[in-house]
Design a protein around this ligand. Sequence first.
Ligand SMILES: Nc1ncnc2c1ncn2[C@@H]1O[C@H](COP(=O)(O)OP(=O)(O)OP(=O)(O)O)[C@@H](O)[C@H]1O
Length: 250
Amino acid sequence: MNADVSALEVRGLTKRFDRPAVDALDLTVRTGEFYALLGPNGAGKTTTLRMVAGLLKPDAGSVSILGIDALADPVAAKQITAWVSDEPMIYDKLAPLEYLEFVAGLWGIDPAVSEVSAHQLLASLGLEPHLHERCEGFSKGMRQKVALAGALVHDPRLIILDEPLTGLDALSARHVKGLLQERVRSGCTVIMTTHILEVAERMADRIGVIAAGRLVAEGTLSELRQQNGRGDTSLEDMFIALVDADAAAA
Ligand SMILES: Nc1ncnc2c1ncn2[C@@H]1O[C@H](COP(=O)(O)OP(=O)(O)OP(=O)(O)O)[C@@H](O)[C@H]1O
């Protein structure tokens, strides 16, 4: 795959419900980048990512994933993309290993290959003691981790996650962060929404801030500080100032 191609290129992406949720959004995420998408409640983050993942039809605009037109060829785009919702769905009657084998089967992956990667994925998320227990008895955090493992089993190049750390205890959050960082090191691209600004501050190569369906700021942490003339201020202070300024201008 051509390394110059962006992992994600969104142009003029628009979705309106009773009012605009995503408003002619342009967004570029580079290949191999860890990108954090921030924004206040209702800013349009989930709607944007659902359109990128092919779960919601845009009113207008284009979505290109690693050079594939995701609206014209959604199957090809989905083959290289993972989508992890903030409300993950798994099959309760299956154990984690069975669930991953089931998902791998849907992707047509050779069981000999998927069995090894399923074990590795579940172990890296601290689920090794529970490989053969039915998911129906699992806590929300454990279910989130099984869903994440299921989303990664086909070895996607672009990993999109909506609030993946919410509700996880410290150890589980560390497992998830470790797994995502390892994927980025191996050349994948991660796009993640989060309200935990410390996570964006520590993990993201670049940060985008969305307000009212538009990108109002973007850059590395130091670029954001420079753009906003805010010296060594925290991301939290900058985020609040950006969002306040956008609301005042509206
Ligand atoms: N299915 C829907 N029907 C009607 N309105 C919707 C629907 N989905 C989202 N919206 C509206 O679109 C806007 C953007 O919502 P979205 O969920 O994308 O925001 P968000 O940035 O992800 O917010 P949060 O941080 O609270 O998750 C909101 O005003 C929301 O009420």
